[in-house]
Design a protein around this ligand. Structure first.
Ligand code: 13P
Ligand code: ZN
Length: 274
């Protein structure tokens, strides 16, 4: 029995492979973090390094995550390689008792650090944990091509993107009734994009990063991967329909969106409807 035999590691690695197979992770693109349960941390402790690595200041604070542990992809690591060599590609980090610093307890055996987007992931875990009464455990960032393409031709507003995505496939309003937030183009990897994304994630579980990708959150791997997948599929349909160059003859009308919400028992963000 080793670290990689643990069910949680297997499920995390499977999600990395699934994302790679979808074509969302060119080179080192994208990153994934998972907030471990106390039981999962206990099951991992026998496999932690004898000596923890030094504390690193994150430049952001999430007091409600003090003492928690995360699995993270490594910065500059390729999703393509995670399944082949998890010990080189992944790490488990511990957060200090102030929610300001992390230290590596396992993984990244050839050196390195958690994803450069760790400040964004960490702050957004903090916001989503608060917004969901502790249910949120997964933050996932990927570079899905169709959604990125949409950010060149649609106004960069929450309303425009939410409406376009809801209307591109009938089940979308059921999967993300709250819509999506949109963050304008920003330099990746720092505290600024982390804070701008946090503002959106207070009320959305998905945030588009203009000309960059998508950031999603959820309670488990299935729901979070499914959210990324559904949004990108909808974006693909939007791009395909617009690429025909033909005039749109019909769409899903706003009252049809309301009818879906009524029958499926979800609450659509009313201010996004006409
Ligand atoms: P990392 O390799 O540091 O995770 O960065 C990839 C990325 O997508 C940055 O936004
Ligand atoms: Zn990215």
């Amino acid at each position: 029995m080793g670290m990689l035999d643990l069910d949680i590691m297997k499920r995390y690695i499977r999600m990395c492979s699934d994302g790679w197979n979808q074509g969302w992770h060119e080179r080192n693109g994208g990153n994934l973090t998972y907030r471990l349960t106390d039981e999962e941390v206990a099951s991992m402790k026998p496999f932690f390094d004898a000596e923890p690595r030094p504390w690193v200041d994150m430049g952001v604070t999430g007091a409600n995550l003090a003492g928690s542990y995360f699995i993270s992809t490594g910065s500059g690591k390729f999703f393509r390689n995670v399944e082949l060599d998890p010990e080189d590609s992944l790490c488990v980090v511990e957060i200090d008792d102030k929610g300001q610093c992390y230290r590596i307890r396992w993984g990244l055996v050839n050196g390195g650090r958690p994803t450069s987007e760790f400040p964004s992931h960490f702050m957004n875990h903090s916001v989503r944990v608060a917004a969901t009464n502790g249910a949120c455990r997964v933050i996932y960032h990927a570079h899905p091509a169709n959604l990125i393409a949409m950010t060149y031709v649609l106004p960069l507003t929450d309303r425009d993107f939410s409406r376009a995505l809801w209307k591109s496939a009938t089940e979308c309003p059921v999967v993300f009734p709250g819509g999506v937030g949109v963050v304008p183009w920003m330099v990746p990897g720092g505290a600024d994009i982390a804070l701008a994304t946090c503002e959106k994630m207070k009320t959305f579980d998905a945030a588009v990063w203009a000309q960059h990708g998508l950031f999603v959150s959820g309670p488990d791997f299935d729901i979070t991967f499914g959210l990324m997948h559904t949004i990108e599929k909808s974006a693909q349909i939007w791009i395909l329909a617009h690429s025909t160059g033909l005039k749109e003859l019909q769409t899903i009308e706003d009252d049809s969106l309301r009818a879906i919400a009524r029958d499926f028992g979800v609450q659509l963000r009313e201010e996004f409807l006409d």
